[in-house]
Design a protein around this ligand. Structure first.
Ligand SMILES: Cc1ncc(COP(=O)(O)O)c(C=O)c1O
Length: 412
């Protein structure tokens, strides 16, 4: 296009790739696809090819692409009030906070724009809470400040979130990291107990590790973490940025484990595609934040919160958590059955519609073969393919994904 603008249905894919390669910072390993349109479980590229999207923008478009209820909420809010500072109140933010409080049982919410930011807020809240409990500025002796997090975890790319992340590859070249963070192996109760010194103020865990390769916490482990936090006066903080909002077959993954965290972080699916993160906390914990202690210009933006309310309406009204549980079972059974026919298919792990399958060869090459067949999935770790279908997918779409994976494996 001569004027350089991008019009619907006329995207020049080669130009988009060239401009991206020349001018966007080189922080992503991008695939050659230029996506121009999405609807439900499907996306289209600039050449008009259609793909079944089981990546969903990495667990973001949980209610599918361009859901009419979400697009209507965004358009309606954009026409009335697009942004307002947190110097003032706004209705979508207030309503969304109340809704999240009701759904989670955690009474207070801080809004931000991403998962990393939600975890930054959790880290600051934990330290500020411990500092306040220790008698604020008059504290004698060390204030508990250590946060325990899991090896192989992923919590985001900002300094605090990256320091909480238990994977050295994300930290290389960025030392010194935020101090006072100790990593422990997942699902090892004895190791968690051993690391629980009097300096610990909080434990942060993903109920199901996502980027690490789809590894769920065992029930015994998460319950032990809850018990240890209670006994030692520390906070149990759960990063549900990926697992939250129906993805695992319940509104929040913690509901599978018979525990309630003190702090919960959300993002990804919350904004239905718009940037929206949230840090939720019990009332007494949230009291550690007072005016001036934390902030975000865009946090709780009215358009994002209107989208968030539309997403939660859909989740509740259409019982999308129940649907995720049922579809997840279908997907897992299909993968297990594929594994009986094809020796390349190994262990299947997950919860609800967050499913990983170990593949007996390089997972990124298998993901590329799936893409050729018209299925988008992504590789995590070296040998794991991850499926994050929309919660609105149909049985037929799940079956189609299984069939495309089988074709891709046979084809390679
Ligand atoms: C569990 C978890 N926490 C945090 C993040 C970071 O979220 P964001 O990329 O929105 O900062 C991610 C992203 O993949 C995640 O999976």
């Amino acid at each position: 296009m001569a004027d350089g603008t991008v019009k619907m249905g006329q995207v020049d894919g080669a130009r988009v790739r060239t401009l991206t390669e020349r001018h966007v910072m080189n922080t992503y390993r991008r695939l050659p696809l230029v996506l121009v349109r999405g609807e439900g479980s499907w996306v289209w590229d600039a050449d008009g090819r259609r793909y079944l999207d089981f990546v969903t923008g990495l667990a973001v478009t949980g209610v599918g692409h361009a859901h009419p209820a979400v697009t209507a909420a965004i358009a309606a809010q954009a026409q009335v009030l697009g942004h307002v500072s947190n110097l003032y109140h706004s209705a979508p933010q207030a309503e969304l906070a109340a809704r999240l409080a009701r759904l989670s049982g955690l009474g207070r919410v801080f809004f931000c724009n991403s998962g990393a930011e939600a975890n930054e807020a959790a880290l600051k809240l934990a330290r500020r809470w411990a500092w306040q409990r220790a008698g604020a500025a008059q504290a004698k002796g060390p204030v508990p400040h250590v946060v325990l997090a899991a090896a192989r975890s992923f919590h985001g790319r900002t300094y605090g979130a990256m320091s909480l992340t238990g994977q050295a590859k994300y930290q290389e070249g960025f030392a010194p990291l935020v101090p006072g963070i100790v990593h422990v192996p997942l699902n090892d109760v004895a190791a968690l107990e051993a690391a629980f010194t009097p300096e610990v103020c909080a434990v942060l865990l993903e109920p199901v590790q996502g980027e690490g390769g789809v590894y769920p916490c065992t029930e015994e482990y998460l319950q032990a973490a809850r018990r240890l936090c209670d006994e030692r006066g520390a906070l149990l903080m759960l990063d549900e940025v990926q697992t939250g909002l129906g993805r695992t077959g319940k509104m929040f993954a913690f509901q599978h484990y018979g525990i309630v965290p003190d702090v919960l972080t959300l993002a990804k699916a919350l904004g239905g595609g718009l940037p929206l993160g949230a840090t939720l906390a019990r009332e007494e914990v949230a009291e550690a934040f007072v005016p001036g202690t934390h902030a975000s210009t865009f946090g709780g933006n009215p358009i994002c919160c209107a989208a968030g309310l539309a997403v939660l309406d859909l989740l509740e009204r259409e019982d999308l958590s129940g649907r995720a549980a049922r579809l997840g079972q279908r997907l897992v059974e299909g993968l297990l059955s594929l594994g009986r026919r094809n020796p390349k298919v190994g262990e299947v792990r997950g919860l609800g519609l967050m499913v990983g399958v170990d593949i007996g060869e390089e997972a990124s090459a298998v993901a590329a073969a799936c893409r050729e067949k018209g299925l988008l999935v992504n590789a995590v770790g070296d040998h794991t393919l991850r499926f994050l279908p929309p919660l609105t997918a149909t049985d037929e779409e799940v079956d189609l994904a299984l069939s495309l994976l089988e074709q891709a494996l046979d084809w390679r």
